[in-house]
Ligand binder design. Structure first.
Ligand SMILES: Cc1cc2nc3c(=O)[nH]c(=O)nc-3n(C[C@H](O)[C@H](O)[C@H](O)COP(=O)(O)OP(=O)(O)OC[C@H]3O[C@@H](n4cnc5c(N)ncnc54)[C@H](O)[C@@H]3O)c2cc1C
Length: 404
């Protein structure tokens, strides 16, 4: 059978794309090299607006009923110890789909999405690794796949949707991936002993390092450190030791959670940031991390994966209905995706500048400490429901004038 669409990867972006295309009666095949449930290195924070897409996909209630932790905001500790308590705005002009974010373990989130995908008419094959794309002239016409026993198979489709994450074989085979100047690595684990952490995540900024603590289950937090990649290779094979040393060096984190103890092995992932150019070929679209990644500080990767899949599904359906999957026809998705995420990317870049130096981080913390309304606006931007442009216009000015 020739499929309308083959989706490579069944993480949040691939599962969402598969569900949305199957719901529109297209013949869809979703392939993942893993079998679910499978682990994924992640801070496990879901922005309030991610809930809207999860509801549309039919999984929000399952997650809410299945132990997802509600987060009313974030507490950020600056290098000088200034503590900012940011809550999502739940009154006024902008409201999130939920007035809280969620902490959900990826082993749960991705399994729930995979289960939902199985309920649709899409074919979903696990343990199938895509090894290459099949190119004919200026179009991608399918993928090469290896099954569990390594046997090769060619699968043809009118459209290939690359949702295969940060090491996307599709994006690499098409020569679209380039390194980023921001060279950072994340060390992730789970920990116990974060006493007093209830309905908030916490971020500790201590340039050039920052740490994120996210309460994912009773008595258990997701604990991540983001640090420069330089010099890390000297610690190869001694990640736990490096992690513990860095945690001890973070004075704010140590003072806040003196009983913090690792409860799982440490995993490293980096370099975190990379760029991916839009495809020059027709017949292919990139969603989620396959389309690029910057930094996890603002925790929008899963939202971007889900929202990107929505946008991709819209363009894919229109293109398939017109029997025109040329690069030109699919460029509509590249444009809408860029428009959807461009402003937040700019905010994230400014933020990276601020948190890269002690004096800028401390100065920004002092401003936000005096202007809680401005902090709340920024939380709404992080939460993906306040448009980033609000930070440049009258709403930000009004928030600045409402000083404490
Ligand atoms: C350290 C860190 C912390 C983060 N914290 C957060 C956070 O707190 N909140 C947040 O929103 N985002 C966070 N992110 C980002 C988030 O994890 C990603 O943006 C998100 O997982 C992207 O989803 P995806 O579906 O595109 O890719 P993935 O979740 O990576 O899924 C890709 C899927 O493709 C499959 N695959 C890969 N290669 C192949 C192949 N060749 N053939 C077949 N299948 C294949 C994989 O098995 C996998 O199932 C973080 C990222 C990092 C690095």
């Amino acid at each position: 059978m020739r499929y309308d669409a083959v989706v490579v990867g069944a993480g949040p972006s691939g599962a969402a794309a598969g569900i949305l295309l199957a719901e529109r009666d297209l013949r869809v095949l979703v392939l993942d090299r893993a079998r679910f449930p499978r682990p994924k290195i992640c801070g496990e924070y879901l922005s309030p607006e991610a809930a809207r897409v999860l509801d549309r996909l039919g999984v929000l209630k399952r997650l809410e009923g299945g132990g997802a932790v509600r987060l009313s905001g974030m507490t950020i500790t600056a290098p000088d110890g200034t503590r900012l308590t940011g809550s999502y705005p739940c009154a006024g002009r902008w409201r999130g789909y939920r007035d809280h974010a969620l902490a959900v373990r990826r082993i749960v989130l991705d399994r729930v999405l995979a289960d939902r995908l199985r309920e649709t008419a899409a074919d979903f094959l696990e343990g199938r690794r895509v090894t290459d794309v099949i190119v004919d002239g200026d179009g991608v016409v399918g993928v090469e796949v290896a099954d569990g026993a390594g046997r090769p198979q060619s699968i043809r489709a009118r459209l290939v949707i690359a949702a295969d994450g940060r090491n996307s074989v599709v994006a690499r085979r098409l020569g679209l991936v380039a390194p980023h100047a921001l060279r950072r690595v994340a060390l992730m684990t789970y920990a116990s002993g974060a006493d007093g952490l209830a309905d908030r995540g916490e971020i500790f900024v201590d340039p050039p390092v920052y740490a994120i603590v996210n309460p994912v289950a009773p008595g258990l937090v997701n604990l991540g450190l983001v640090l420069p990649l330089a010099g890390l290779s000297a610690h190869r094979g001694r990640l736990e030791e490096l992690f513990d040393t860095r945690v001890r060096q973070l004075a704010g984190l140590r003072a806040r959670f003196p009983r913090l103890a690792r409860a799982a092995p440490v995993h490293a992932l980096g370099p975190l940031a990379y760029r991916v150019a839009p495809p020059r070929h027709g017949g292919v679209m990139l969603v989620g991390d396959a389309a690029g990644f910057y930094d996890p500080f603002t925790g929008e990767g899963i939202f971007a994966a889900l929202r990107g899949a929505e946008l991709a599904a819209d363009t894919a359906c229109a293109a398939l209905a017109r029997s025109d999957c040329s690069a030109r026809a699919l460029a509509a998705y590249v444009r809408t995706r860029r428009a959807a995420f461009r402003d937040k990317e700019r905010v994230t870049r400014v933020l990276q500048f601020v948190i890269a130096r002690r004096w800028t981080a401390n100065a920004a913390a002092r401003v936000f400490a005096r202007c809680p309304a401005l902090l709340s606006l920024v939380m709404g931007v992080f939460g993906d429901f306040v448009p980033p442009r609000a930070l440049l216009g009258p709403p930000a000015l009004a928030a600045l004038l409402r000083r404490r």
